[in-house]
Design a protein around this ligand. Structure first.
Ligand SMILES: [Zn+2]
Length: 221
């Protein structure tokens, strides 16, 4: 599908491609349907990459003892509930669940799918500058949003990058819809960007979850 949406006409636009890594596509934390969006995103980049001012790939970059892994806790299993607690304020918590080990730096599962990375030529796709942003390197902090950790106490440098590039519009796709795509889109909106999720270029973990975020438009591209 060609991109002729009104959104791209006003201001600069960034495409955020979240965590298209092998562990989420067909590895230890495989998201249903993740494999089928690889060619969709790849075709989209080939046809429309040049319509964006910046393309950012994000990555989960975990050490092998990451706090989000069930294996890092005694007697815990993947998908069991877990509450992240702030070191500064024990009343500040974020409830989520633990995961199987995934996206450990240096493993194949950590790599972004080669059908996407092979499109990058000299740091560019279709003449648009690309960037790779890692998250979750600190063993003690979990990140869903690519802007900040789940307790909103630590930031990546993506906000500075988007501001420096004068980005107004942020389009989010990738994996997984109900975790890192959702939370990255929520941060993007919170930081004042016109934010869109590209519904046909993302897949969710929880089959019963539906996207419903006021102020964030769900679009097809
Ligand atoms: Zn992770």
């Amino acid at each position: 599908m060609s991109l002729d949406s009104e959104q791209l006409k006003d201001g600069k636009s960034c495409l955020l491609i979240i965590d298209m890594q092998y562990d989420f596509i067909n590895g230890s934390l495989k998201v249903n349907g993740g494999e089928e969006i690889v060619p969709v995103i790849s075709d989209f980049l080939k046809k429309n990459g040049n319509q964006f001012d910046l393309i950012v790939f994000t990555k989960d970059d975990h050490p092998s003892n990451h706090i989000s892994f069930a294996s890092s806790h005694k007697d815990k299993k993947p998908f069991e509930e877990y509450a992240y607690v702030s070191e500064k304020d024990p009343n500040h918590t974020f409830k989520s669940c633990l995961w199987p080990d995934h996206c450990v730096v240096g493993t194949h599962g950590n790599e972004i799918h080669s059908d996407l990375t092979k499109l990058i030529d000299n740091g560019k796709i279709n003449n648009t500058k690309t960037l790779v942003v890692g998250k979750g390197m600190d063993p003690k902090r979990e990140y869903y949003s690519c802007f900040n950790d789940v307790l909103e106490e630590h930031n990546t440098d993506i906000l500075d990058v988007l501001k420096k590039e004068n980005i107004s519009n942020v389009f989010v796709c990738g994996l997984a819809y109900d975790y890192c795509v959702l939370n990255s889109a929520k941060s993007s909106k919170k930081f004042g960007f016109n934010t869109y999720v590209i519904d046909n270029m993302t897949r969710k973990i929880d089959p019963n979850w539906e996207f419903n975020e006021p102020g964030i438009e769900k679009i097809q591209m």
